[in-house]
Structure formats: C-alpha cells, structure tokens
Design a protein around this ligand. Structure first.
Ligand code: NIG
Ligand code: FE
Length: 412
C-alpha cells in the first residue's frame, strides 16, 4: 500500500538523521522543505524530497497538498484519557471561588474520579475512553501515553490498565501505559500512608508486571500528596519491575522532588509550574525530559512552566495535554501548542519541536515517531491551506487540520 503526497507547500520537522530530542537553542530550529513530496509505503515514511525529484504518480493513491503544510503527528506524552464520568460540578465550584486544593481537601478531585471509576464497569470505561482517544486522533495526535491512577484499589487500577491495553489492541496509534497507583491517598489510608504504599508495592505492582500492563511508573509528588521519600519508595519498587519513572512534580510547590526523580533516572518530570534555579541546575545534562502542560495551567489558573528560562539554561522541553477530568478536560495538542506560544512565549518552532520529537522522547518513541525521517512511522498531519505554519498557534481557535494519517492510513 503506497500513498504519495504531492505539492506540499511546506514539509515541517524534516530530520534526515533521526535525532532523539532537541535542547536549549536548538529548539528554535525547525528544519523544513518547501514544495515537497512525501511517499508512504505501508505504515512507513519511505521517501521525501522536493517536487523536481517526485516519483511518477501513476498507479499510486495520491493526495494533492497544494497550499498545505505537512508535519509529523503530535506526540502527547502525558494523559489520563481513561476515566469515568466528568467533574463539571467542580469546574463550576472553581468559578464560584474554590481552589483546586480546597475541592480536593473536601474529598473532591482525584478521589471523586476514583469513586466514579470504581462504580463503572470495565466495558463502560472502555467505551467512554475510546471516544476521547478517537477525538484526539482526529485532532492530530499520533502517539499517546495514558496513565492509570483513578482506581486507587487493586481492582480499579487493574481495570484502568486493562482498558489501556484494549485501546492499544483496537487502535493503530502507539500507546504507552503508565501505572499511577500513587496518584492520591484513598480516604481510608489518610492517616496511614505507608500501608497504601505497601498495597501499591506488594499487591498492585506484582499483578501489573505479571499481566505486562504498564511501561512506566508515576506518582503525584506534591505537598499534601506523595512526599519525596514516599515517591522514592515507589520509583525504587518500579525499577525492580523494569518500570522507568515519569513523575508528576512541581505542580504547586518545589520540594526538591525533581532532584529525586533525576537520581532515579526518570524518563520525564511533568507539570513544572513552579521551578527553582536549583531544579534547573539539577536537570542540566541529564536524560530526564521536562514536560510542560500549559492547558492545565490555563484551565485551573495556575502559573505556566517557565519555558524560556529553562531553554535558555540549555534544557529540552516537551509539551503534552494532561487530558484528565479535573485539571485539563481537553486532549487538543493544537491548543497546547498555541497556549505555549501565547502564554509561555515559546516560538512556533520551539513549540512544534516540544510537541513532536521531544514528546516522542518522553515516551521512548523518538526512534519511530516525532519527525519526518525515512523509516519512521507514517504519522502525519496535513493542514488546510496556510499562509505559513505560524497560523497554527496564531489562529488558536480554528481547526486547521485537513487530514490525519496514522500508521500510513487516512483517519476518517
Ligand atoms: O496531572 N496533578 C495530578 N494529577 C492530574 C489531575 C488529577 C485530577 O484532578 O483528576 C494532573 O493535573
Ligand atoms: Fe497529569
């Protein structure tokens, strides 16, 4: 099966030699080809170049991309797409003056979602989650990480991870699964944290490993949630089962959590709305990818990750949605890219790098995803006609996507 895309006005994120990530000043560089073609064979980018070298089109399915931009699909490295019901009431409570922390301390927040999830059947949870996955694929996401963390019981966490596994089997998009049993302490463990961590380590993890349900391990390292020491216990246990850490950290407070994550070679540290100079120092020259979630900052009115300061210090940065019912009920990576430009003062080049190749890195997928490179997966966005790619973040409320290709197939 071959598809030839011709007359591409601009082919973005062209990386002849596959790279694994971009950092610091290099984030401002987004290599592209004008007046280009791209050839897909089966699910792979087989070839690309400028139109004067375009192969003969006879007998091949051809897509004419005159005036249009083509770029690699978004790589969304942080989501909680599998959840039950919603939290619309808390949204209105926040409008009326309550903060996210106040709602959580009244038993709302994550515990509210956990209650709903434990009351929902696996089948129903699958159906609710599948709708969201289909939506984000239509919005141009071509690889996604999905976390558990709304079960907080052995059965609930396994149910979530089995739903993620089923999504992976039923859909062509690359999906990575993260075990987030350490998302919050259930009410009955409020005064006995170590008993809940024992449950995670001794009951949940062995079953998850046995069924091969997770690729990574996560924890909500935050004041009032999991302390540095508690998160270290979780990361240590994950390591024994081969689960690398991807940690929620520095969302509301900086308590030296990033240092602990780096010590455990975390693949990524995510949120980072509050970042100290020390945190930046600790991240330099490490393999840990910082991940910003600007639509979370937007939705719950908290600070934005200091992207400029981090990139000026030479760090890489990835962008993800955090799609979840509480802090970010949106999986739209186009909006994430626009918000990063508008609110974090990232340039379009930096934001697109952060949402493609660096997002792929934060899921261990940069060998196959995140750039236009021969041999990589044919996961592509074909835009509507654009004056330039600046229009993607500039026209932030418009849907500028014409066609989405996942694993070489046009998504209807
Ligand atoms: O990434 N901060 C921790 N976890 C989620 C939100 C969880 C929720 O409110 O349901 C997040 O923002
Ligand atoms: Fe999250």
């Amino acid at each position: 099966m071959k598809i030839l895309i011709t007359n591409i006005k601009e082919l973005l994120q062209v990386r002849e030699d596959g790279i694994e990530k971009v950092s610091g000043k290099d984030m401002a560089v987004l290599p592209s080809l004008q007046n280009a073609y791209l050839l897909i064979e089966n699910n792979i980018i087989a070839d690309y170049g400028t139109m004067e070298n375009c192969p003969a089109t006879s007998g091949i399915q051809t897509i004419d991309a005159t005036g249009k931009t083509v770029l690699p699909s978004w790589c969304d490295s942080h989501t909680h797409i599998v959840y039950a019901g919603n939290r619309e009431q808390e949204f209105v409570d926040r409008i009326n003056g309550l903060s996210y922390e106040e709602i959580a301390s009244r038993g709302g927040g994550i515990l509210n979602s956990a209650k709903k999830l434990n009351e929902t059947s696996e089948e129903d949870l699958y159906l609710q989650s599948r709708t969201r996955l289909e939506e984000v694929m239509q919005q141009g996401t071509g690889a996604v990480e999905i976390k558990s963390g709304y079960g907080l019981t052995v059965e609930g966490e396994l149910k979530m991870l089995r739903v993620i596994k089923r999504l992976r089997e039923e859909y062509p998009i690359a999906i990575k699964a993260t075990f987030l049993g350490a998302h919050a302490f259930p009410a009955e463990y409020k005064e006995n944290h170590s008993a809940y961590i024992d449950l995670i380590i001794n009951e949940m993890l062995p079953k998850i490993a046995e069924e091969k349900l997770a690729d990574y391990i996560d924890a909500f390292l935050e004041t009032g949630y999991f302390s540095v020491e508690e998160t270290e216990r979780i990361m240590e246990a994950g390591k024994k089962y081969g689960l690398q850490a991807k940690i929620h950290v520095n969302q509301f407070t900086a308590i030296k959590g990033i240092e602990a994550c780096v010590k455990y070679d975390a693949l990524s540290v995510d949120h980072l709305e509050i970042v100290t100079d020390e945190d930046i120092e600790v991240l330099k020259d490490t393999k840990t990818m910082p991940v910003a979630l600007p639509t979370c900052s937007f939705f719950i009115s908290i600070p934005y990750t200091p992207a400029r300061k981090m990139m000026e210090a030479g760090l890489p940065l990835a962008l993800a949605t955090d799609f979840n019912p509480g802090t970010t009920p949106s999986g739209n990576m186009n909006l994430v890219v626009a918000t990063a430009c508008i609110k974090m003062k990232m340039t379009p080049e930096e934001a697109i790098n952060a949402a493609t190749i660096n997002g792929a890195y934060a899921m261990d997928l940069s060998k196959t995803h995140g750039s236009i490179t021969k041999g990589k997966r044919a996961n592509l966005i074909i835009t509507k006609p654009l004056t330039s790619y600046y229009q993607l973040p500039y026209a932030f409320g418009s849907n500028l996507i014409d066609t989405v290709i996942v694993e070489g197939k046009v998504i209807e």
